[in-house]
Structure formats: structure tokens, C-alpha cells
Design a protein around this ligand. Structure first.
Ligand code: NAG
Ligand code: NAG
Length: 440
């Protein structure tokens, strides 16, 4: 029964894809509260129109036969490759697992095309989706420490916390580890954040205002990330307090059995790490960006593994494309530039490109069969990363082409005149435990 609703949802997205392809009309969300109804009506009209065109002209007999034929995700995703800007219509879907509709927030194209900027004085919120071992800790620190703001974040040494308030009132504009903390769970993923962030803000600020959410995240080359996670777990990190919330509950121990007994997996060998089938390091980036409600959350009997993987990957791509901003760890400068241009904010320091140090040393000691296995275990992440790379260049080139000052800007990223140095390590001096739990 629940399966059926997923198929309905697939059809939905099928239509929103068609909508994008056959009609060049931009479906804009604008401020959600005011225009939601109007948009919904327009969406229905367009849906009908697109449906007519689709059935009339483009529809093959095989797909449009009146006998119910179940569309398969794999076919759909092959027929309609995911493109940029597809995430928005997702908010119109009803998911069998989400009571409150997931709200993926504002996409990069919204930001670019509609001439609206991230408005710190209004009700805009930046939400940082921090995937383990992608360089998110440094980036998260840059966000609270290095942005050139009218009202900079104020950081408290003891609490390892910063207040990042709007210039005109004491409300957060940034949802991240160092500002609000792990309010939606340790390293909360897309599924957890979209079902939680708004509620969390409502708790503090009341639910009378409708906030606009701008999701941002980092991705990293999957093999390096995986090895980095391995080394972190080897040193004793567990992230065992992550909730893995989906479909209104936490994943049960039956669904997500631990790979180790005892307190941690300290001392694990790479072969053991690879061999644990429920190791969350496998394809972590895809899982954390996908809408897990689509695949029955952590219940792997919900659909076949093949289908589960395809749906997750398609969903992760779509959600990534719908994000206001993402960067790749391997391209710090581009990331900094795209962030600054997208949000019209400036960092007061240049992002550093750490050359893969430890990872590459581990990489060189890998046996060929180990490397092969790791690639297999992370095949979704590898495809996602390729997709992300292309999309990043697309966004970067677009921004570059409309920036008359590009050469100068790019050569001088992070250089603002007259800013005093601030030493994060003095401001935030973290305990070993926290570092282990959540570093990078
Ligand atoms: C997992 O999914 C299967 C198939 O849909 C269902 O029969 C089963 O009850 C689910 N398990 C849980 C724990 O929800
Ligand atoms: C990082 O590695 C690249 C290629 O190996 C090299 O060209 C570059 O100079 C290195 N950067 C730093 C900061 O070491």
C-alpha cells in the first residue's frame, strides 16, 4: 500500500520534469506564504496543460497505454535526466513517510534568476548540511568567523558556540553546528533537516513568520572521504548520537545494526571496515542528500536494492541541484567565489586548499582489491560526485561570465582591506571528545 504512494510520487516528479522541459515558464516560489496558493493553482493549470501536450504529442504507446503500467524509477531517471533546478517541485509532493512536507528551500537558480538576495534583515535562513569528513568543520568555522558582516557573529569560547544574529534583531540567520548547534541531530542529513529545521525555528521565534531556507553543503571526492572516515573511526569516532530520523521516527537497531560491539570501533582494520554491510560510510554522501522517505527510510525490504540505489541517487542529485550553494572540497577557491557571488557576502580570508595529505598516503598503501571494493561500495557517491563536479563548473562559469571584475576578484579572494586577524583556535578550544565526534 505504501508502495503505491511512492509510485504516485514518482509520477509527480515525472510531471514536474516534463513541466520543466516542455514549458519554459519558470515556476517561482517567491515568498512562500503569500504566493503558495497562487502557485499551486498555476501549477495545476500547467500540469493539465503539460499533460495534454504530453499525451497528445510526445507520449509513446508503451507509456501511455491505458492499462496500468507501472513506471519504474530506472526508466524515468534514464528518460528524464536530472537537471539543475529540479528540486523545487519536490515540496509539492506528499510523501508517505513525511507528515509535514519536506521543504528543500531556495535553489541556486531562484537566487540567481529572481534578483533576490539572501536577506539577512528579513526571514532568510542559511542551513548548512554537514556531511562527515568533507571539510565541513573548516567551512563551518569560516561561516561564523570569517564572513564580512554588518553584524558579525559573536563567539563564546567556553560554549564553542557563536551567536549569528540578524543585524536588526536577535534571531539566527544561520543553522549550523557552531551557531545553533546540532538541533536536528548530529550531522543531520537532508531528510532530517527538511523535517526539522522549520519546527526548531518555530520553537524559538514563533510560527507566525514564514522563513526562506537556503541549503548549503560540501561534497568530497568519495574515495578520499571514505578513507578519511575510516581513519576517524579507527581513532574512535562513532557518531553514535546521530538519530537517523526518517518517517517520523529514528531508525531502529534492527534496521541499522552497529558494526562493532562495545563503545566504539577503535582499532578497526580497513578490511573489517569494508566488510560491514551496514557501515554508514558506504555511499554516505548520496544517502545524506537523498530524500530517504522515497525509499522507505532505513527499511531495506521496502524495495529491491537496485531500485533503492537508483532512487536514492536520483533524489540526491535533484536535492543537490536544488541547493542554493554547494562546494567541492577539492575546489576551495571556486567554492569561495561561488558562495560569495551567490549570497553577495564576502569572506575576509582566502579558503585554503589542503592537498590531500593523509588520504593520499592511505590510498597508496591500498591493495588493488581493496581499492576495487571501496569503489564498488561507493559507486553511488562516485556518480553523485561527477554530477556535482559538472554542475559546479556550470554554476561557476555562469557567475564568471556575468562578472566584469572576475579576474581581479578571483585573484584576490578573501582580501578585504583593513580587517584584523582573528584566531579561531583561541576562540574555540575544543575538547578531544567533540573533535573526535564531529571533526571535519
Ligand atoms: C519494511 O517494509 C516491508 C515492505 O514494505 C514491510 O512489510 C515491513 O513491515 C517494513 N518494516 C518496518 C519495520 O516498517
Ligand atoms: C597541491 O598539489 C598540486 C598537484 O599535485 C600542486 O600543483 C600544488 O602546488 C599543491 N598545493 C600545495 C599548496 O601544496
Amino acid at each position: 500500500m505504501a508502495k503505491r504512494s511512492v509510485e504516485v510520487q514518482v509520477l509527480d516528479s515525472d510531471f514536474s520534469l516534463l513541466l520543466r522541459e516542455s514549458v519554459t515558464y519558470e515556476f517561482k516560489m517567491e515568498t512562500r506564504s503569500k504566493y503558495r496558493f497562487r502557485n499551486f493553482v498555476m501549477f495545476c493549470m500547467l500540469l493539465a496543460l503539460t499533460g495534454i501536450i504530453y499525451f497528445g504529442y510526445f507520449c509513446s504507446d508503451q507509456v501511455c497505454a491505458l492499462t496500468p503500467q507501472r513506471p519504474v524509477w530506472s526508466e524515468l531517471s534514464l528518460k528524464f535526466p536530472v537537471q539543475d533546478n529540479l528540486g523545487k517541485p519536490l515540496s509539492l509532493h506528499s510523501s508517505p513517510y513525511n507528515s509535514k512536507s519536506s521543504n528543500p528551500g531556495f535553489s541556486y537558480d531562484d537566487v540567481l534568476n529572481e534578483n533576490f538576495l539572501f536577506d539577512m534583515n528579513g526571514h532568510d535562513v542559511m542551513v548548512f548540511l554537514h556531511i562527515q569528513k568533507t571539510g565541513g568543520t573548516s567551512f563551518g568555522k569560516h561561516l561564523v568567523q570569517d564572513l564580512d558582516l554588518q553584524r558579525p557573529c559573536t563567539c563564546q569560547r567556553k560554549k564553542k558556540r557563536c551567536y549569528c544574529f540578524r543585524p536588526n534583531r536577535n534571531e539566527n540567520w544561520l543553522f549550523s553546528r557552531y551557531s545553533t548547534g546540532w538541533k536536528c541531530g548530529l550531522h543531520a542529513d537532508w531528510t532530517e533537516l527538511t523535517s526539522c529545521v522549520d519546527t526548531e525555528f518555530d520553537k524559538n521565534e514563533g510560527d507566525s513568520v514564514k522563513r526562506r531556507y537556503f541549503y548549503i553543503t560540501l561534497l568530497r571526492e568519495p574515495i578520499s572521504r571514505y578513507l578519511s572516515e575510516f581513519r576517524h573511526v579507527l581513532r574512535g569516532a562513532t557518531w553514535k548520537h546521530s538519530r537517523h530520523w526518517c518517517g517520523g521516527r529514528e531508525a531502529s537497531p534492527v534496521e541499522l545494526p552497529l558494526c562493532y560491539s562495545g563503545e566504539s570501533w577503535e582499532g578497526v582494520t580497513l578490511d573489517e571496515f569494508i566488510a560491514c554491510p551496514t557501515n554508514l560510510a558506504h555511499n554516505r554522501q548520496t544517502r545524506m542528500l537523498a530524500d530517504l522517505a522515497l525509499v522507505g527510510c532505513y527499511n531495506i525490504s521496502y524495495m529491491s536494492l537496485l531500485e533503492r540505489n537508483r532512487v536514492m541517487l536520483a533524489s540526491a542529485k535533484r536535492n543537490l541541484a536544488a541547493m542554493a550553494f554547494f562546494a567541492l572540497t577539492e575546489y576551495q577557491k571556486i567554492g569561495q567565489y561561488v558562495f560569495e557571488e551567490t549570497f553577495n557576502l564576502r569572506f575576509a580570508i582566502p579558503f585554503e586548499q589542503h592537498n590531500a595529505t593523509l588520504s593520499s598516503s592511505t590510498l597508496s598503501t591500498l591493495k588493488p582489491h581493496q581499492l576495487q571494493k571501496i569503489k564498488e561500495l561507493n559507486s553511488l557517491d562516485i556518480e553523485l560526485y561527477e554530477f556535482a563536479q559538472n554542475l559546479m563548473y556550470k554554476r561557476f562559469n555562469k557567475l564568471k561570465s556575468r562578472d566584469p571584475m572576475f579576474e581581479e576578484r578571483f585573484a584576490n579572494l578573501g582580501r578585504l582591506p583593513g580587517r584584523t586577524e582573528f584566531n579561531w583556535d583561541q576562540a574555540l578550544d575544543e575538547s578531544k571528545e567533540t573533535t573526535l565526534e564531529a571533526n571535519t
